[in-house]
Design a protein around this ligand. Structure first.
Ligand code: UDP
Length: 370
């Protein structure tokens, strides 16, 4: 009998396991995949750490989180400066003075503000009620149409008018000539990849891979006094109140032997509606310090999610948010010994640093240290 059974060996599960183990608890971590690290999993291909479930760039403003992670890995100096490709035309991201200069020829922040105000005014927006209105208010109609509309509608497969404004608020808008995608004090990629980092977090902890909790539930549930479940909360309840929706992605990864620099940046976003993929990732550029003979690229295709597919992005619209709240209530009533945690357990679009903060909060609550 273990003190804790932790379902999922991703960032959240691994940190909970580490903290419980540190407090002298007996812990078993299981994962249905053949590897640890969940969606931050990286794999060595041709000497390059390849992000197998989409690019992950660690960034945070929180020094405690940064110091916490630095116990397990060193980070390199990578700064995310993705490039937008709109019908073959290159634009700067996030939205900043380089973007506004290319779009309108404006030079000063004052001119950029004026242009955005004019476009916002023309659109008749007073209060931003959805992603489209939020985007136009922030960056004007031209930037919205070239750099946001197509990308977002591909990514979420819904019109921008039907999407919540908060999605676009993730991206900074800057009136400086600065292409750094994140407003974060600390940023980087684990030097030896995320898998090595998670392995370090899990040091000393029992881990069993290839174990599907939902399939072998009756046997596994009895193994521990408490369970930390980082899978989809609705799957725990066999979807009895309905299915929470996600967006999923399909990755096409290839190794190119005829070049060691395919696109000149780590992330190129294809922001037009016609190109079927949203991004092309060239993994070696996450490691500016790395010299390689070849290169590995991944095209990312967003697609409709159906039960059984990998869930990547929770779709936090009204219907799903209400449904999630009902599941949370059900969890409170029916399973006091289960902690639902992480992007899937809490149905939240967490960045990695927020996921870390959140699981550390859960750890404190759980061990009565709050
Ligand atoms: N987005 C956009 N154009 C871009 C990049 C992002 O319109 O070139 C929008 C899009 O709606 C996306 C959101 O901003 O879903 C958040 O982007 P982010 O890069 O934070 O997404 P993630 O890296 O989590 O996929």
């Amino acid at each position: 009998m273990y003190d804790y059974l932790i379902v999922g060996a991703g960032l959240t599960g691994a940190i909970f396991a580490h903290e419980a183990h540190k407090r002298g608890k007996s812990v078993l971590v299981i994962d249905k995949r053949t590897h640890i690290a969940g969606n931050v999993y990286t794999e060595d291909i041709a000497g390059i750490q390849v992000h197998m479930y989409g690019p992950h760039i660690f960034h945070t403003n929180n020094k405690c989180v940064w110091d916490y992670m630095n116990q397990f890995t060193s980070f390199n100096r990578f700064t995310n400066t993705p490039v937008a490709n709109y019908h073959g035309e290159i634009h700067s991201l996030p939205f900043n003075m380089f973007t506004f200069n290319k779009m309108w020829g404006v030079i000063t922040p004052k001119e950029a503000h004026a242009k955005i105000e004019e476009q916002k005014h023309k659109s008749g927006i007073t209060e931003a009620r959805n992603l489209e209105e939020q985007a136009i208010s922030l960056v004007g109609k031209d930037v919205y149409e070239c750099l946001i509309k197509g990308y977002t509608e591909k990514q979420w497969s819904r019109p921008c008018k039907e999407l919540p404004a908060f999605i676009i608020k993730r991206l900074p808008v800057r009136f400086t000539y600065d292409n750094n995608y994140f407003n974060a004090l600390y940023q980087g990629i684990p030097i030896n990849g995320y898998t090595a980092m998670i392995a370090k977090i899990l040091e000393g902890v029992n881990v069993r891979l290839n174990v599907d909790f939902l399939r072998d539930r009756s046997e596994l549930e009895g193994l521990a006094r408490r369970i930390v479940f980082t899978g989809q909360i609705d799957s725990w309840f066999d979807y009895e109140l309905g299915v929470l929706e996600y967006r999923t992605l399909r990755f096409e990864t290839e190794t190119l032997f005829d070049t060691n620099n395919y696109q000149g940046c780590a992330v190129m976003n294809y922001t037009d509606r016609e190109t079927p993929f949203t991004r092309c990732i060239e993994h070696k550029h996450f490691y500016p310090e790395l010299e390689t003979a070849s290169t590995v690229i991944t095209h990312e295709y967003p697609s409709e999610w159906k039960a059984g597919d990998e869930p990547y992005y929770p779709v936090n619209n009204e219907r799903n948010t209400a449904l999630y709240e009902s599941y949370k209530e059900l969890a409170r009533e029916k399973c006091p010994n289960v902690i639902f945690a992480g992007r899937l357990g809490e149905y939240k679009y967490y960045d990695m640093d927020v996921a870390v903060m959140r699981v550390l909060e859960i750890v404190s609550e759980n061990f009565g240290e709050a």
